[in-house]
Design a protein around this ligand. Structure first.
Ligand SMILES: N[C@@H](CCC(=O)N[C@@H](CS)C(=O)NCC(=O)O)C(=O)O
Length: 296
């Protein structure tokens, strides 16, 4: 339904608004949510809300995260590096419970002013190095250990293009489609249509690329595959937002073939279990044996 344009500021007519009669005020006001599952998360201001130091374990790499798609892509990479025999990639992974607002603790905000998981601190540098944004963390680790990112052109440009494609595209999947299809208090047709259209377009972009290639950038498995798998692979295989039927994900056969191959990698299986506070995972990881114990 098209919104009628009225007056000079181009605002909509209250008779056609959804919900009916809603007219945006001149100045937006923050009405604190109390009921919603996002009450501890949503706020229009940045910064710490409480003093909360971060724990530090024995390894150089300290990860503060949660097993959401943005968290999983980093633990998948760390487990791949370890599977390659790179011992310096050993890490401690600490749980940041975003539902409880841990991302607004002072220690976490010091390492990520944007208050979102994942965040990493590398203590092997002369002064500890903080890295936030999952794509930046993946690139940092891949470059540090010279693995899973091509160092030569044109492979490098292709890999970074697909990595950044994921970072730019996934907010439409999670923040757009997932939010309105699964989490919003009511089912509104307009945003669900808008974002379903965009997500199907994105799935088709991936499917067409994977019709020609084994992995996203060619024959080599890279950080771009891990990043895209964590969102789009998990969507088509495990049904993020319970939307498999709605989006007809099985019709993207090349994407399903690629996702299945990645899903079955031992490092993927291990990485998906880290910072998962349920029986199927481990809340914290400090040693390879923590995951080994779970696999028995
Ligand atoms: N662009 C960021 C997105 C990170 C992100 O959105 N993390 C979510 C969990 S998947 C989060 O921490 N949300 C907590 C909040 O929004 O307060 C990245 O790729 O690292």
């Amino acid at each position: 339904m098209a919104l009628k344009r009225t007056g000079s500021i181009g605002m909509s007519d209250s008779t056609t608004n959804v919900p009916p009669k809603y007219v945006p005020p001149k100045v937006w006001q923050w009405e604190k949510e109390t009921e919603s599952r996002f009450a501890n998360i949503n706020r229009p201001i940045a910064g710490a809300t409480k003093e909360q130091e971060l724990p530090v374990g024995k390894h150089s790499l300290q990860l503060y995260s949660l097993a959401t798609p943005n968290g999983v892509k980093v633990t998948m990479l760390l487990e791949e590096l370890l599977a390659k025999g790179i011992e310096a990639a050993e890490y401690d992974a600490w749980l940041i419970n975003i539902g409880d607002g841990d991302q607004f603790g002072s220690g976490f905000v010091d390492i990520n002013p944007n208050s979102k998981i994942p965040a990493l601190v590398d203590h092997s540098t002369p002064k500890p190095t903080r890295i936030f944004e999952s794509g930046a963390i993946m690139l940092y680790l891949a470059e540090k250990f010279n693995a899973f990112v091509p160092m030569q052109e044109p492979g490098r440009a292709e890999c970074l293009s697909w990595l950044f494609w994921q970072i730019g595209s996934a907010p439409y999947l999670g923040g757009g489609f997932g939010h309105f299809y699964a989490y919003a208090p009511e089912k509104w047709e307009y945003p669900i249509n808008r974002f379903a259209m965009e997500i199907k377009r994105q799935l088709d972009v991936l499917d067409q690329n994977l019709a020609e290639r084994r992995y996203l950038c060619g024959d080599e498995y890279t950080i771009a595959d891990m990043a895209v798998y964590s969102w789009y692979g998990q969507l088509v295989l495990t049904g993020l937002y319970e939307s498999k039927e709605f989006l007809q994900v099985d019709s993207y056969t090349n994407l399903v073939r690629w996702a299945t191959e990645i899903h079955e990698r031992p490092a993927t299986r291990r990485g998906r279990k880290v910072n998962r506070a349920s029986k199927s995972g481990i809340a914290e990881r400090h040693d390879a044996s923590d995951l080994d114990a779970l696999e028995k």
